[in-house]
Design a protein around this ligand. Structure first.
Ligand code: ZN
Length: 242
């Protein structure tokens, strides 16, 4: 339990391209299915994300089962400092959750391999039934957010914080936009960093969890943190819209 006056931080972290170096969700369908033309259609706005997942999942090569996907995921390179970061959070009583618009079937094996299976994961589910292609299920879909994700990171985040929580967000891509907008401390690289720059969202650029670990240690030491006013307004609006 937190004592009065202690920081009330919570960290939310993207998976593909953030914890793992490759985007497993993209690579999986490149190797075992039909990534294109669907991915281009998604980027051009001709397919929405749910239809995109529907298409690529239904066109996985016959016989692509959970076991094959597990092995594929276990081979993916992980940020060398992620495990140390996760242990740092645990040692400092900072809840760490993973928010992903990808699937349990490849995220869980990576977390298990890292011996971090106790971390909460909010993502889509891929259901396998004998003989037919797997079916995507979206337990965290949101009607009210315009984030274009099948698993809305904003909502998963806001459902798991208190009013006084200082929200830390780590991400790299499109699916992180709504999460970052509603967070107080943002770590961003690639497309997310560009988005933060365009939208004047203050953020720490990073290249690996080594950088994040260093800055988080500094934040804890100096207690140098504050609720971001714009994010707080956005959180209030989100609660009202739900
Ligand atoms: Zn959203």
């Amino acid at each position: 339990m937190k004592k009065t006056g202690e920081l009330n931080l919570a960290v939310f972290c993207d998976f593909d391209g953030t914890i793992t170096k490759p985007d497993i969700g993209d690579e999986l369908f490149k190797v075992y299915g039909s990534f294109e033309p669907y991915h281009s259609q998604l980027k051009e706005g001709k397919l929405n994300i749910k239809n995109y997942w529907q298409k690529v999942c239904s066109e996985l090569k016959p016989g692509t089962n959970a076991e094959i996907i597990k092995k594929f995921a276990e081979d993916a390179e992980v940020d060398s400092y992620f495990r140390e970061f996760a242990v740092f959070c645990e040692d400092n009583n900072i809840p760490l959750s993973i928010l992903s618009d990808g699937f349990d079937v490849y995220i869980n094996p990576v977390m298990k391999k890292l011996e971090l299976e106790r971390i909460s994961i909010y993502c889509n589910i891929l259901k396998f039934c004998n003989g037919s292609p797997p079916v995507p299920v979206y337990p965290y879909a949101s009607e009210s957010c315009d984030c274009m994700c099948a698993s809305c990171k904003r909502n998963s985040m806001l459902n798991n914080v208190d009013d006084d929580t200082v929200i830390v967000y780590v991400g790299d891509d499109y699916s992180d936009f709504c999460g970052a907008e509603h967070s107080d401390i943002v770590f961003a690289k690639k497309n997310l960093a560009a988005y933060c720059n365009e939208n004047r969202i203050p953020h720490y650029p990073y290249s690996t969890f080594f950088d994040i670990l260093r800055i988080m240690k500094d934040i804890l030491k100096k207690k140098k943190y504050k609720i971001r006013h714009q994010a707080k307004i956005k959180r209030k609006q989100a609660f009202e819209a739900e």
